[in-house]
Design a protein around this ligand. Sequence first.
Ligand SMILES: *Cc1c(COP(=O)(O)O)cnc(C)c1O
Length: 428
Amino acid sequence: MQKNLRMSLSKRDSKTIWHPLTQHKTAKLPLAISKAKAALLYDENGKEYIDAIASWYTAMYGHCNDYILESAFKQMQTLDQVVFTGFTHEPAVKLAEELLSILPKNQAKVMFNDNGSTSVEIGIKMALQFHHNNNDKRDTLLAFENGFHGDTFGAMSVSGLSVYNGPFDDHFLKVVRIPTPDGTNNAEVLKQLNALIETHNIAGFVYEPLVQGAAGMKMYDAQGLNEILKICKTNKIITVADEVMTGLGKTGTYFASLNIKELPDVICLSKALTAGLVPMGITTCSQDIYDAFLDDNVGKGLFHAHTYSANPIACATALAGLELLQTQEIKEQQAYIIKAHGEFLNKISAHPKVLNPRQSGVILAFEMDVEMERYGNLRNKLFQFFMDKGVYLRPLGNTIYILPPFVITEAQLKAVYSAILEALESFS
Ligand SMILES: *Cc1c(COP(=O)(O)O)cnc(C)c1O
C-alpha cells in the first residue's frame, strides 16, 4: 500500500478503514482528532470542540486526566498483562473490592471482560446457565421494546432497536418484550408481563435501569420498574441490569439501580468504568447466582473468558477512576451539573420547539419539534451545526442530549447550552 503523507488523514483513512456504524457510500469523511484534554477535543487543524457526551460517556473524569494517566503508567511498569485463568493480581482484587463497596449491597462477585456488549453477553449466559444448572428448562429472555445492549449476538437479541439488526433477525436468541412503564401504562405493562410468564419459560430479564440510552435517552418510571423486578423475583427470572451507560454517577447516584428498591441479580458495567483510557467491562452478580455454578462437575462452571479479561493496566485505570468518582471535587462537579441542567431545562421547557424536556442526574435530553422532512437529514444537520460552533453533541434523530464529562467547566457547559439555544432558533 502506497502512502501519500501529504494527503489529509481523513483521505488516507478512506483508503483503508471501515468505520463502525457507518454507511460509507453516503457518510462524510471522518474528522481527524489529534489530541484531547479534559472536556476538549482538538482536530488536526487545531479547532477545539467541547466533548459534551464525554466520548460516549467514557471520559467522565476528562481526557488525558493526569491522575488516571499516572496510575496507568505506574501499573504498566510493574505488570502489563497476564492470563486471568489460574492467576490473579492486585489491581483486579482491589478493583473488585472497591467496586463492591459502592454497588447495590446484594452484589457479591465480579467477572471481568473488556467491553459493554460482552458484559451483557456474560449476564445473559449467567441467567441461562443458572436455570440450566438447576435443571429448570428455560429458553426465553425478557427485554424492553426499545432497549440497546450492544452489538454481539446475545446483546443484539435483547436489544429492541432493530433498525440495523435486520440482516441477523433469523439468528437471534428467543426474546419476548414488554413496553417500558411510564407511570400511566404500568398496570397494562404488568398485565402483559404476567401473560408472557404464563406462556413462556423466561430465564432472565435484561434492561437498562431508568434511562434507555440509544433509544434517545428515554427515561421511564422507577416505580413501574420496581414492580416488574418484583414479579421477576417471584418467578425466579434472573434480573440483569445493563448499567453500561447509567453506571458510575450518571443518574445522580453511583448506579441507577440504587434508585430502585428491588435489587438486580446481575449488573453489567463498562463505558465510564474505563475512565476513558483502556477498554474494560465487568459483570457482577449476587451470591445466589455464583453458588448455582459451584459443582464437582466442571461443566457447571461459567466457561467464558476473554484474552484481556482483567488486564492489569485496565484494572489500575478503572480503580483510579473509581477513586476520583468518590472525591469531593467530582461530587461537587456532579452537583453543579445537575443544578445547571435543571435551570437550563426550566429555561427551555416553555419553548414551542422543545418536547419532553427531561433530566436524570447529569443526563439532559429533549426532542426538537421541527418538520423533519424540511431538513432532510435533520440529525446530520444538527450535528454539523453544533460542530461548527465547537460543540460535540451527537443527536439521535431529533433528540438532543447532553451527557458531559464531570469535569466540564462552567464556561464550557454554558457554551453547550448556548449552542442548543441557537439551534432552537435556527431550525424552525
Ligand atoms: C454502549 C452500550 C452497550 C455496548 O457497549 P460496547 O462497549 O459498545 O460494546 C451496552 N449497553 C448499553 C446500555 C450501552 O450504552
